[in-house]
Ligand binder design. Sequence first.
Ligand code: HEC
Length: 238
Amino acid sequence: MQLHQLDKSVKILISLVLLCLCIGLFQGYLYLNLKSSTSSTKVSAVQSIQNKFFVPKTPLLEYKIKGSMRTYFETEEDFKTMLTWVKKKGDDQFYETKVATIVEDSCLDCHAPNEKAYFADYTNYSNLKDTTVFKYRPYLVSMLRKSHPHMLMIPFLFIPFSILLFYSPLIGFKKGFLMNAPYVFILIDINAWFATMIFKEAAIFILIGAFFQLILFFINLFVSLYYLWFYKPTQNKA
Ligand code: HEC
């Protein structure tokens, strides 16, 4: 049984599922765009990927309070105090007298169990202290937190197409390529995240991987729909 021979009800079912995937992908794209469109400074795609993945050799805490956590300090003074604590490599005495109240007032709303940033629970002092010296480990944990859902979920976006193409009249290299290539580009993309932590230059592989995933998504979509609805087999082949 091939795609063009399926019952109309099944063709409609498949098309609706593909439509859901398409709209889901579009919504995800829109979400990421609207969420991060606050910065007006123009940087190239490769640069913005580098900013996101490359790990500067600074403690995680310094990196975050100078970056995305900056806005949560109540005063500039608090920010400077915490930075001093990082420079003192997480000195316990200094924490007790100066930093503890800042963390309580400004950070623990999110950095506590069952809160928004539960994965970095700073009600546990040693978790916070860990971020005051440079180590790859917390960066790696942070990256793994984001990478594993991608690695586990994105293949499921492509599996419907691979199955549909298997039941298409396509043959040979073209068929094998369209069925299998998306997963190669997923592997390139996600694993380059880790390479980019250390080598900025690897960001280009993230871009290449993501670009071809998107292209193959739409190629596979159109090829599947073509064989489902428009393909007419020639008589002499049948
Ligand atoms: C409104 C909620 C919120 C507040 C308040 C907040 N954070 Fe965060 N924090 C987050 C979220 C969400 C993340 C994960 C996303 C990210 O890394 O940007 C995070 C990540 C971090 C990380 C990296 C943790 C990791 O393992 O990846 C550090 C360090 C951090 N915050 C420090 C602070 C400090 C210090 C304060 C107080 C000055 C603070 N945060 C206040 C929500 C918050």
